[in-house]
Design a protein around this ligand. Sequence first.
Ligand code: AMP
Length: 217
Amino acid sequence: MKNIIFLAPPNGGKGTLSEMLVEKYGYGHISTGDLLRDEIAAKTELGREVENIMKSGKLVSDEIILKLIANRITKPDCANGYILDGFPRTKVQAEKYEELLQKLGKDLGIVIYIDITKEMALNRSISRITCPKCKKIYNKFSEQMRPKVEWICDDCGVELVQREDDKKETFIKRFDEYMDKTMPLYEYYKNKGVLETIKAYPDKFDTFNEAIQVIEK
Ligand code: AMP
């Protein structure tokens, strides 16, 4: 299986699409945001270091992220292919990641850019709730993505939470950070000939079907 990098703004649908593709193909799923939130929940030194940065909507340092990635992509669940959900987010991360791949003899795979308007991403941000245990993503206002019981995870029975950085003001900061630091990767990967674009639709299965088409091309 080709490794996949998702390139999309905050609330662009990377997490939901990753969940669906992991279920269909058995990819390893690497969400750098989830890895960092786990560190915060476990109150580790790293967690304490990144907590306020994440709350402010800023990016965590490239150095920290690259260490997490180097450790994670060598795990057994990634041996047959993995999805990078939220990495790379800067040009330095992209370049260092390629050096790492070269050392490990792994392929870059494909980069899937999710085309979504700022307005649609914002609406998703204020309505997103997640399971702190299994990380499943729900949407309070979507018929399709609402939990069966309000604020309870369908799979774990755990109480769902709203992410601190999903508030409108923080979303806007995260979006600006994305436009400034991450969007240049669009041209970077386009020039390498590995970029595919899919559209974000209101129905997650429409987006999923477009993703399948580019993966199986
Ligand atoms: P996410 O769950 O992908 O939306 O990420 C949540 C937050 O974690 C971001 O706003 C950043 O503060 C931090 N983060 C996640 N991935 C990265 C990354 N690749 N580089 C820098 N910061 C990151």
